[in-house]
Design a protein around this ligand. Structure first.
Ligand code: MEV
Length: 438
């Protein structure tokens, strides 16, 4: 039975665990043992993890895999991926190898601007508000100098502040719409600190603006926050080759494959039900690298899907075409990533992942992540339009099923061999395992 508890956050870790296991688990000792198993014996490392969040009771592991052979702008990369889904890393590796033999991936960063907004209510004459904004704008910039000094020195900072009239949508609603360049930082803290200072200065300065009436002086700040919609923080990744070079075996010609592949992408461009799954496949690659490099995958997910709907209908993030006998497949995607700040300097595995990627700048990481998405999408569409997805997927899933039935090493070996020529289903694995055990 669930019960409430006061002051849980103030309890020691072991007291928190005692309460959890006593409240929720029929076998408290067993639950405690499992929680402890995932706990790191290195106290310092465990403390680091404990302190990432609140009320930590153990660690939640994900496998960290690697996909080698990614040739990106003529430079080789091995890409770290943190993900639980079978076949994602294998698919990425396969796609990397396929394009390695065909010139690799070409990428470019199109833009790196991020956005933050101060949302406020103003009851009064819009012309007077415009006059006030014109007067206060330099003061807003000045008031954030302590926050922006270092970023500005390195070439980033506040790019512009605009006053936006949103009264068509909500009565009295206006915004300070601010653009930022945050260089190698994802920039959330930087942007939010600037915005909160803008809001404070804006409100205070309004009190002494001569043209305002008493009502007009009373600007109500609703909130100040960055936007995870970053359509001007955009990266492009592309692969291309002659159509005839697409074929790897005799089961399908390069022409037939290219044609079917383009059709599949076209469908995702016009059909939202398909587009969501198509883009989910892209995010399999993107999230895995975003997570491995200590970035915020929720922010990336939110921004990417908003971008996929930017024309009023949810659509594919990738595109394909055949032009003059050349197959071209590309993605353009918004990615706000950081390679300094946040977890990047704290989490030992994140540091390793970044070192494996040759300590990239944020711009370089954007390109690597976009490639991981495109590669994943290529692998998925290649399977979907040829063999179907389940053949490869269930082969990879075989190990999960075998683990579920607690197969030992020799059983795993025998059944992996067996299922090279048989179709994997849950039942087929169980039957084969039972036959082996009998
Ligand atoms: C599964 O995680 C992802 C796919 O469904 C993507 C797709 O359908 O393109 C295979």
């Amino acid at each position: 039975m669930s019960k409430t508890i006061a002051g849980f956050s103030k309890l020691s870790k072991s007291k928190k665990i005692d309460w959890i296991v006593d409240t929720y688990f029929s076998n408290a000792e067993d639950a405690k043992r499992i929680l402890k198993q995932y706990w790191n014996s290195n106290d310092k490392l465990q403390q680091l993890h404990d302190e990432f969040i609140e009320n930590t009771i153990t660690n939640y592991y994900l496998p960290l895999g690697v996909a080698p052979n990614f040739l990106i702008n003529n430079k080789l990369h091995t890409i770290p991926m943190a993900i639980e889904e079978s076949s994602v890393v294998a698919a990425a590796s396969k796609a990397a190898k396929f394009w390695l033999d065909r010139g690799g991936f070409k990428t470019e960063v199109i833009s790196t601007t991020k956005i933050g907004q101060v949302h406020f209510m103003y009851k009064g004459d819009v012309e007077k508000l415009k006059a006030f904004f014109k007067q206060v704008k330099p003061k807003l910039i000045e008031a954030t100098e302590a926050i922006t000094k270092n970023m500005t020195k390195r070439g980033g900072g506040v790019l512009d502040i605009e006053l936006r009239d949103k009264t068509v949508d909500i009565e009295n609603y206006f915004q300070l719409h601010v653009s930022f360049e945050t260089l190698d930082a994802m920039g959330a803290n930087f942007i939010n600190s600037c915005l909160e200072q803008f809001a404070k200065t804006f409100k205070t300065e309004a009190l002494t603006f001569d043209l305002f009436s008493e009502t007009e002086k009373d600007i109500e700040i609703v909130m100040s926050i960055l936007s995870n919609y970053v359509p001007d923080c955009l990266v492009r990744a592309e692969v291309s080759c002659k159509v005839e070079d697409l074929s790897e075996d005799k089961t399908i010609s390069g022409e037939a494959f290219a044609h079917k592949f383009v059709q599949a992408v076209n469908i995702a461009e016009v059909e939202p039900y398909r587009a969501v799954t198509h883009n989910k496949g892209i995010m399999n690659g993107i999230d895995a690298v975003v997570l491995a490099t200590g970035n915020d995958f929720r922010a990336v997910e939110a921004g990417v899907h908003a971008y996929a709907s930017r024309n009023g209908r949810y659509s594919s993030l990738s595109h394909a075409a055949i032009e003059n006998g050349v197959f071209k497949f590309w993605i353009e995607i918004p990615l706000a990533l950081g390679t300094v700040g946040g977890l990047t300097g704290l989490h030992p595995l994140v540091k390793l992942a970044l070192e494996m990627l040759h300590k990239p700048t944020a711009k370089e990481l954007m390109q690597i992540v976009a490639v991981a998405g495109l590669a994943q999408n290529f692998a998925a569409l290649r399977s979907l339009t040829t063999t179907g997805i389940q053949q490869g997927h269930m082969k990879m899933h075989l190990m999960n099923i075998l683990n579920q039935f607690e197969a030992n090493a020799s059983e795993k070996q025998a059944l992996t061999e067996h299922f090279k020529t048989h179709t994997v289903t849950h039942n087929a694995v169980l039957e084969a395992l039972n036959a082996l055990r009998a």
